[in-house]
Design a binder for this molecule. Structure first.
Ligand SMILES: [Zn+2]
Length: 378
């Protein structure tokens, strides 16, 4: 029998008391929910279930909205780092938005004091607190020194008018709180479904892109007489995709006959990459135990079904497409989590060493150059 949600029969006092009890229960549930998200995220349990990220698992498997998933994952990661937050949420000293705002500013040194200072404050008050503690001038220097953030992979962007990342990194006009520009910051772009099969894109571009668009319109003027921007961009994207497929997956409409030259990428011949890409539909092939095929179409890798170290061959039937998360998962299943962690750590150290060496070479060049500023800018 369907539950009735009509409360017209309740006295005012009981209605208010029930509401307060429900809010208290909701706080406790939220804290527990975050603890579960944090643990599932840390164990990466979404990977064997067929998802490349915690965000996509929350949206597609748990059916959370994109906003809700993003906010809860951010808060769960912060709370895992600073466990006092779980209690603060459960007992109503902090709300979820406050945790999300505070997250980028918390350090082991300031967490206790900053969390206490933010207790029982509204969103605006927390923003005010952060503006006072971390003045805008401090963050401006950070903005200038950080490289631009990579955009989210296509299939991890939220469909609809949701800015899963931008909302955390872009300073809204008129608000007081400075926002640290970190890895989660991304250019503000919205994609809004307008009608069936129609979408409204909104983003800003630089002068170069604007001029490129105008030039493309001019070059296409004999084909697209109206100069319709959407049509120009559609053609540009098709050309870009063809080019990228050619480069990344050796795709071509005219394969060279008998072509067997191996590429540098783990010796997979171009014709094998092309056949695998087409067979797998440009999508990760991992399937979870419930039949969920991984939705990832970004960060795909050609995966040897039989590991190369164990004599795996680069033939069409022994190569498959896997996203980075599931490629890593397969390696962990074969070689063990600890072994792969050690390998990743080794690779990370090698990259850091290479960066240090490159920086040292640049510094040496700078010191020996009669025009040091030219060296630094090049
Ligand atoms: Zn995958």
């Amino acid at each position: 029998m369907a539950r009735s949600y009509s409360l017209v029969h309740l006295a005012d006092g009981i209605l208010l008391s029930n509401l307060a009890a429900l809010v208290a229960r909701d706080r406790g549930t939220t804290a527990e929910l975050l603890a579960h998200i944090a643990e599932v995220d840390t164990r990466r349990l979404y990977v064997p279930e067929g998802f490349p990220s915690m965000f996509l698992y929350c949206v597609h498997q748990l059916r959370l909205s994109e906003d809700s998933a993003y906010k809860r994952i951010q808060a769960a990661r912060t709370a895992r780092q600073f466990p006092h937050i779980f209690d603060a949420l459960a007992y109503g000293r902090l709300h979820l938005t406050a945790v999300k705002l505070l997250g980028p500013y918390l350090t082991p040194g300031n967490a206790t004091e900053l969390l206490e200072a933010a207790a029982r404050k509204t969103t605006r008050e927390v923003e005010q607190l952060l503006a006072e503690r971390f003045p805008r001038s401090e963050t401006l220097a950070l903005v200038e020194t950080l490289p631009p953030s990579p955009p989210l992979p296509h299939d991890q962007r939220s469909p609809g008018p949701v800015e899963t990342c931008a909302s955390d990194g872009i300073q809204a006009a008129g608000t007081l709180a400075p926002r640290r520009v970190g890895p989660v910051a991304a250019p503000r772009t919205t994609v809004t479904p307008e009608a069936p099969e129609r979408f409204l894109f909104q983003f800003t571009v630089g002068r170069d892109t604007h001029d490129d668009l105008r030039y493309a319109q001019a070059l296409l003027s004999h084909v697209i007489r109206s100069g319709d921007v959407a049509e120009v961009i559609a053609r540009a994207l098709k050309a870009l995709i063809r080019e990228l497929e050619k480069r990344k997956f050796a795709a071509t409409s005219r394969p060279r006959s008998g072509h067997r030259r191996a590429t540098a990428r783990r010796c997979i011949p171009a014709h094998v990459m092309r056949a695998v890409w087409e067979r797998d539909g440009g999508r990760c092939t991992f399937v979870g135990p419930a039949g969920q095929r991984c939705p990832a179409r970004a960060f795909l890798q050609f995966d040897h079904i039989d590991p190369v170290a164990l004599g795996g061959q680069a033939t069409v039937d022994r190569i498959r497409l896997r996203c980075a998360a599931h490629n890593q998962y397969a390696a962990e299943c074969t070689f063990g989590t600890e072994f792969m962690r050690h390998k990743r750590e080794e690779a990370r150290r090698a990259r850091a060493e290479a960066r240090r060496a490159a920086a040292a070479r640049r510094l040496a060049l700078f010191r020996s150059s009669p025009f040091p500023s030219l060296v630094l800018c090049s």
